[in-house]
Design a protein around this ligand. Sequence first.
Ligand code: C5P
Length: 220
Amino acid sequence: SLPLVVALDGPSGSGKSSTARGVAARLGLAYLDTGAMYRAVTWALLQRGVDTDDAAAVAAAVADVTIESGTDPAEPTIVADGVDVAVEIRSDEVVRHVSPVSTVPQVRTHLVDLQRQVIAAATPGIVVEGRDIGTVVATDAAVKVYLVADPEARASRRAAEEGGSDTAATAASLLRRDRIDSTRATSPLAKADDAVEIDTTFLTLDEVIGQIVALAEEAR
Ligand code: C5P
């Protein structure tokens, strides 16, 4: 039978990662963090000295970047060019450059191909988080969820995750990425017509996970 696919999209700081991992763990499914893949490509390009604002240079360099994603929700891994980059992809430098890199169509096709291979191989299914999963990567996913939250809630959650960094600076960085992600020409951040929208501003993590698990159980 085909893998059960749960597509989870939304802006930065909407709670996607914790939610996706929790849903995958509760349902015994694999987990794929596509944001980590875009971050890992960005890291590999910076390593090579590529000017990440030069779309032609990014397009030319991306083809020989190798990315491997480990899909255990308890211990997801991300390897770029043979290097474990789990820590490096959270750096300020990668965060600053990832959204411009993600606008380049060759980057997207390279990663979407990889993502579809991982999804096709996942048994009994997979929770996939990103910006374009329901709209582009897995348009036939059995469950599509679009998470939203007020900007203040997203910034304070992200600042807490980052170990109490400055909330105002975090808010500015999130809003900048949202703007680039939702206005780019190729597969912008968007809610799929058939996605269920969940506003997480006033919900606990367990409540959000519970709602999505219920949707997946109906779909199974
Ligand atoms: O989800 P995360 O914050 O790790 O994603 C980092 C960046 O990667 C996003 O801001 C976006 O620019 C890009 N991204 C994307 N498409 C996805 C996942 C992430 O363009 N499916």
